[in-house]
Design a protein around this ligand. Structure first.
Ligand SMILES: Cc1cc2nc3c(=O)[nH]c(=O)nc-3n(C[C@H](O)[C@H](O)[C@H](O)COP(=O)(O)OP(=O)(O)OC[C@H]3O[C@@H](n4cnc5c(N)ncnc54)[C@H](O)[C@@H]3O)c2cc1C
Length: 482
């Protein structure tokens, strides 16, 4: 019996899943497959929290399908496909077009080769409005609008024919293994159903204050959509989210928030498209001329990096953001940008040293957005405004009561705001009063902020003026600007 195989990747949903929709159209029974690949499990971008989210998403899919219709395998993808092809006749493979890291792209090329050697057609469907192999952005926005406004494609699960003979298949993965091996209560949990719950709560109540709350790390938890994780692993499609904006467009007092939210939805595909069009930005600066910019390395660099990664830099807002991110997997945009700015400008560390650390701790790790945003905030694209965040000012503006810092840096719990954002200015007497000894209970800042700001600013402006940077910037603009 010929079977259509739906290879699930970062599209872990049943509704508006083009691969599933099209697989169901020629009458062959359908088998859904997810492959836990050892190379992905070992990769430096992957963490346990990602695997748990994936496993939860798969459980959610499994519960809504006939028993056996979802095959979760462990193994190298080519080996799994080869084994499958020994026991079932794979007629066609359907999947979305993953905009992944270098090694998943290389794996996809091998799969394509394998398919053609076996005479199996592999249908790949675009990831949102991202266009494979695009050389410039002519008509890109028109395509985005067309994709986002078109009808969602929902397979008729109830009347679909599935292949369900799971006893014929080997290497089954016990999804509970990934779920039980982590304290799930602190992270957003995976699954299409929870994705919809989060989306509905945003459009029912939480989103009204979106535009006014998104820069503050505490209020963002409540009023930002929190959909990034569901979008990153494909529990929801961007089109499903965008079409909810229309439904809510005329709600009184919501317009400003909905306008701000819609522009973020555009950025989603815009940044992934950048990565798709120039995927070696995983390894190199988008603007090649920045490769030669001097960076702090050696023992000093390592110490700075470790302090940043663990949230012990002695700069409270930076440490609170990093610690809360490690604990919860989430941080709002502004504070993500500040963390990268602090690493690359104040600490003068190469962006590559920090990029995989944040990938692992972000529950919503999405390669396309992550690499493009990281390089942009690190100031190595040559086309974006140079922005060096002052973490003290960010603390005073976005956490005026010090509540966020005190929660995540309890060493400073007794220090009043606004002093809590610059504890190095406490006198010895104040340190005694507030029960803290700097350099013992909480570190002194790893760099002098005024000095590091001045140096970073001088360096960045000096580089921006260089002829090789300008030449490269022209090239970058021609490829990536809409
Ligand atoms: C250094 C850095 C790394 C980042 N890495 C990731 C990542 O790995 N995965 C990820 O999803 N986002 C990433 N972002 C973008 C952004 O911070 C998150 O998408 C956002 O904070 C998620 O919260 P939310 O879903 O509540 O967003 P909302 O503000 O509610 O926005 C709605 C959706 O729009 C998209 N979006 C929002 N902001 C951006 C943005 N600046 N660029 C592109 N798309 C955006 C996301 O899909 C998000 O879910 C990164 C930002 C920075 C500065």
């Amino acid at each position: 019996m010929a079977v259509n195989l739906v290879w699930l990747k970062r599209d872990l949903r049943l509704a508006d899943n083009q691969a599933l929709f099209h697989a169901a159209t020629n009458g062959n029974p359908v088998l859904l497959m997810y492959c836990f690949e050892p190379t992905v499990l070992r990769d430096k971008h992957t963490s346990k929290r990602h695997l748990t989210f994936i496993a939860q998403s798969l459980v959610d899919i499994k519960m809504r399908l006939p028993d056996g219709a979802l095959y979760c395998a462990y193994g190298d993808c080519l080996e799994v496909l080869e084994q499958l092809s020994q026991v079932i006749e794979i007629a066609e493979i359907y999947s979305h077009q993953e905009v992944g890291l270098g090694y998943t792209y290389a794996r996809d090329k091998q799969v394509a080769k394998w398919c053609s050697s076996k005479n199996i057609t592999w249908h790949e469907f675009p990831h949102g409005a991202v266009i494979r192999g695009l050389q410039n952005r002519t008509n890109w926005d028109e395509n985005w609008q067309a994709v986002m406004r078109s009808k969602t494609l929902n397979a008729d699960i109830e009347h679909m024919r599935f292949f369900t003979q799971k006893e014929m298949l080997t290497n089954h993965v016990d999804l509970q293994f990934f779920i039980q091996s982590q304290d799930c209560s602190v992270f957003q949990a995976g699954g299409e159903s929870l994705g919809w719950q989060t989306l509905n709560s945003f459009f029912d109540v939480r989103g009204r204050e979106y535009a006014f709350s998104l820069s503050n790390p505490d209020t963002a938890l409540q009023h930002c959509s929190r959909l990034s994780t569901y979008l990153a692993w494909g529990n929801l499609s961007l089109r499903q989210v965008y079409q909810q904006v229309f439904k809510n467009w005329n709600k009184p007092h919501w317009r400003r928030s909905l306008v701000a939210f819609t522009s973020r939805l555009h950025w989603h595909c815009h940044f992934i498209q950048k990565f798709e069009s120039e995927c070696d930005m995983e390894f190199r600066c988008v603007n090649r001329a920045y490769e030669k910019m001097p960076r702090v390395t050696g023992k000093e660099g390592q110490q700075r990096l470790e302090a940043w990664k663990s949230g012990h830099t002695g700069v409270p807002m930076v440490d609170a953001c990093m610690r809360s991110l490690i604990a919860t997997g989430y941080l709002n945009f502004r504070m993500r940008a500040m963390l990268v700015s602090f690493l690359c400008h104040h600490l003068a560390i190469d962006w590559r040293a920090g990029v995989t650390h944040l990938a692992r701790v972000f529950l919503d790790f999405e390669p396309g957005i992550h690499y493009s945003q990281f390089q942009m905030q690190a100031g190595v694209t040559g086309i974006n405004t140079i922005r060096i965040y002052n973490p003290v000012k960010q603390g005073e503006d976005k956490d005026p009561t010090g509540q966020f810092v005190k929660k995540w840096v309890p060493e400073l719990a007794n220090v009043p705001a606004p002093l809590v954002h610059s504890p190095w200015s406490l006198t010895e007497m104040e340190q005694m009063m507030y029960g803290i000894e700097l350099g013992v209970d909480y570190p002194l800042p790893v760099v002098d902020l005024k000095d590091s700001y001045t140096k970073a600013q001088a360096l960045l402006w000096q580089w921006k003026k260089r002829a090789d940077v300008a030449r490269e910037s022209k090239r970058v603009l021609s490829v990536h600007v809409r």
